[in-house]
Design a protein around this ligand. Structure first.
Ligand code: SF4
Length: 400
């Protein structure tokens, strides 16, 4: 069964997106090689395990939809996101089986955005054409860098030219909505390195760029090498300089920052991720899938074997669940919303989340405003200031 994405989706019924999952995330944990900085749930691709995994995904999806719609009504999300791992590590036959299983359970008539993460090293023309033919309308390329020494440091399987070639193949396959992932704050990465990466990425005229500072996750080979002194960790000043350079280059190329790490041409902001940033509900499938439905956060097991065994024996793949109280939910929504460049309308936020901002956060707001890290922007909206952007994570961590 093929999934068709209509050019003009029908209007949405009046569903509260804080409660009803308008987004569907599916995690494909297989990769051609394991990157040195990676802490995601993933394992090396082997030809047989994905078939078993796809069968488990279908069982999980069917069980979730029975709970969501006990009356058997179709599930018609607004966004679908295939993440990983590396979805394009799957063979064409396995990708076809993935789309078939989605098509058996999901009504795609309302899907506005269907994204697939692609590794430039595995996104050949055949797979890109398959994705497009099966309804994917947005591709996210994990390019990270165009420079051999940085790709090698990160343990990426693709080479310096593969990123640009993959983008050209995607254009030829008919994609008009592409996003490119870049990394900054890497060990040994100079400002000139980053400038070259930005020039190379922006020359491809992507509709969207995500640029994340490297997070040194405990126990990854890259972190261990750094702790052994093989290279120094960039200083906070260097990280801030990288961040500002990304901002200047992307905005100079007509990509507006709409979230602290994301830039887009008008109308090309990521709709699926916007569900997260607006504190709305979403479903997630697969190993490490993290979903948020009806005020409950649920995280699946992170090991593929445990996930498969739980599903195959009729058990529960969920490793953790947490029901957030009204205050915790509102605080989380606040922290997510302040990631957005538009910030928040304090009165509207307080009403939407039934949360007394002044009582709970007034002191922190005053402190950060005094330091010039928060500001009141046009229309009375509260947002992180330009000076605060490079240290946004530290600001937000005080508001949780
Ligand atoms: S391709 Fe992505 S998920 Fe796979 S190892 Fe590299 S960073 Fe991790």
């Amino acid at each position: 069964m093929s999934i068709s994405v209509p050019s003009s989706p029908p209007p949405l019924a009046a569903r509260d997106p804080r409660e009803y999952p308008e987004g569907l995330y599916i995690h494909l944990p297989f990769c051609a090689a394991l990157c040195t900085y990676c802490d995601f749930a993933r394992e090396l691709y082997g030809p047989e395990r994905p078939d078993r995994y796809l069968r488990a995904l279908e069982r999980e999806l069917a069980a979730k939809l029975r709970k969501l719609h006990p009356d058997g009504a179709p599930y018609a999300p607004r966004t679908i996101y295939l993440g990983g791992g590396t979805p394009t590590a799957l063979s064409p036959g396995q990708l076809g089986a993935l789309f078939d299983l989605i098509g058996r359970h999901v009504d795609a008539s309302r899907v506005e955005e269907f994204t697939a993460e692609c590794n430039p090293g595995s996104a050949d023309t055949g797979k890109l054409e398959l994705l497009r033919a099966r309804g994917v309308n947005r591709v996210s390329f994990g390019i990270q860098s165009f420079q051999p020494h940085l790709l090698q440091l990160l343990g990426r399987v693709h080479g310096a030219r593969d990123g640009a070639e993959a983008v050209r193949r995607a254009r030829a396959a008919g994609f008009d909505n592409l996003t490119v992932d870049l990394m900054h704050g890497l060990p040994t990465q100079s400002l000139e390195d980053l400038r070259r990466d930005l020039d190379a990425a922006l020359a491809l005229e992507p509709e969207h760029v995500s640029a994340y500072g490297l997070i040194y996750e405990d126990g990854t080979p890259l972190t261990v090498a750094m702790e052994r002194g093989q290279f120094p960790r960039p200083s906070p000043e260097e990280e801030a300089a990288h961040y500002r350079l990304v901002m200047e280059a992307c905005e100079g190329a007509g990509l507006r920052m709409y979230e602290i790490s994301n830039y887009a041409r008008p109308g090309r902001e990521a709709r699926h991720n916007s569900i997260y940033w607006h504190g709305e509900a979403y479903l997630a499938l697969g190993v490490s899938g993290a979903e948020y439905v009806g005020g409950e956060r649920r995280n699946n097991r992170r090991d593929v074997s445990g996930y498969l065994e739980a599903i195959e024996t009729g058990g529960d793949p969920i490793a953790e669940r947490e029901r957030l109280g009204p205050e915790a939910r509102a605080r989380e929504a606040l922290v997510l919303a302040l990631r957005l460049r538009e910030g928040i309308d304090p009165a509207a936020f307080a009403a939407r989340w039934n949360f007394d901002l002044e009582a709970h956060c007034g002191a922190a707001f005053a402190k950060f405003t005094e330091l010039g890290l928060l500001e009141i922007a046009a229309g009375g909206r509260l947002r992180i200031s330009a000076a605060g952007l490079p240290v946004a994570d530290a600001i937000l961590s005080e508001l949780v």
